[in-house]
Design a protein around this ligand. Structure first.
Ligand code: NAP
Length: 317
């Protein structure tokens, strides 16, 4: 009999042989189209999984997202149909925190501008005034959302002797201990951070959490880093804050309407722009696929997937 898995993207073959063996044993076939025989979906962020899509696959048991964020999935629609949704936490934490720091340093020290300056043939002689940026060492790092990636980003601040502030709905005692981080309220985070790094997931509550009002509360000359999700920031307001000099610069891996980038941002020199590559290292991407496949396999076998978002859905099918 076997199982049919809708996989709209091609994943690497070089994955754990035990997973490949198990897929073979279960006689799993991967298909590029969804249909009424589909048992599972293994997808990336680009696949919007809503009620309409789920209704096209009445046998569906699991939606296995190859990402930790799952704002592309209507989890309530999955739950009401007895479909378990899963994600890939942990395996991408360090790679994404590394990228947050790449953006932080790039935005502070004007790395992309320097690169463009040299390539454009504008570097005629060493000049005292060329591309002066912001200090990093010793300045205050604010973490908005001290979950896995937020904390990993905060840990790295020790090497730069940076005081760390954070907001989270729950206090993170271990994080406070390991990073000497201090939990503050949202307004204090905005007022006291020299660098504000966003790590909350995208939800109804966090959409446009950072907009004109928040930029006005931030320190003049602060720097914004976003490696979480674009719509958490009001991009039009961000353009204004960067143009006016309210913010010194920004480092962005994610955008409100990906892959489109606000035209105002593209015109600005003081923003480092990346194409959503937070988890883009070979080993991280491989481990994400392996995690997603383990989740999928468990659900197909009628077991609770290790990274179920709505585990209670299983009892409803
Ligand atoms: P996580 O461990 O769940 O951390 C999220 C944190 O946000 C938690 O600490 C949570 O607080 C906090 N939070 C949630 N809603 C909040 C709210 N309304 N106000 C304040 N804090 C709130 O997730 P993660 O693994 O760190 O991943 C974070 C996000 O990074 C993902 O959702 C994804 O969107 C993004 N991401 C992007 C890339 C990329 O390629 N750029 C790669 C990986 C992940 P509590 O602890 O108090 O519940």
């Amino acid at each position: 009999m076997g199982f049919r898995v809708y996989r709209p993207y091609v994943f690497p073959d070089a994955i754990d042989p035990d997973i490949l063996k198990e897929l073979k044993r279960l006689r799993v076939t991967f298909e590029p189209e969804l249909n009424e025989e589909t048992d599972a979906i293994v997808c990336l962020l680009g696949t919007k999984v809503d009620g309409a899509l789920l209704d096209r696959a009445p046998k569906l048991r699991v939606v296995s997202n190859v990402a930790v964020g799952y704002d592309n999935i209507d989890v309530a629609a999955c739950t009401s149909r007895g479909i378990v949704a899963t994600n890939t936490p942990d395996v991408l934490t360090e790679a994404t925190a590394d990228l947050a720091w790449a953006l932080l340093l790039a935005a502070a020290r004007r790395v992309p501008e320097g690169d463009r300056f040299v390539r454009a043939g504008k570097w005629k002689r060493w000049d005292w005034t060329t591309l002066r940026g912001a200090d990093v060492f010793g300045r205050t790092l604010g973490i908005l959302g001290a979950g896995r990636i937020g904390q990993a980003t905060g840990h790295r601040a020790l090497g730069f002797s940076m005081p760390v502030l954070y907001t989270s709905r729950e206090r993170k005692l271990l994080f406070e201990h390991t990073s000497m981080a201090r939990r503050v309220d949202f307004k204090t985070l905005l007022r006291e951070s020299d660098f504000l790094s966003i790590h909350v997931p995208l939800s109804k509550e966090t959409r446009h959490l950072i907009g004109a009002r928040e930029f006005a509360m931030m320190k003049p000359g602060a720097i914004l880093i976003n490696t979480s999700r674009g719509p958490i920031v009001d991009e039009a307001a961000l353009v204004k804050a960067l143009k006016s000099g309210r913010l010194a610069s920004a480092g962005l891996d994610v955008f409100e309407h990906e892959p489109k980038v606000h035209p105002g941002l593209l015109k600005l020199e003081n923003v480092a722009i990346l194409p959503h590559i937070g988890s883009a290292t070979d080993s991280t991407r491989r481990r994400m696929v392996e995690t997603a496949l383990r989740n999928c396999i468990a659900a197909l076998k009628g077991e609770m997937p290790p990274n179920a978002i709505n585990g209670h859905a299983l009892s409803q099918k």
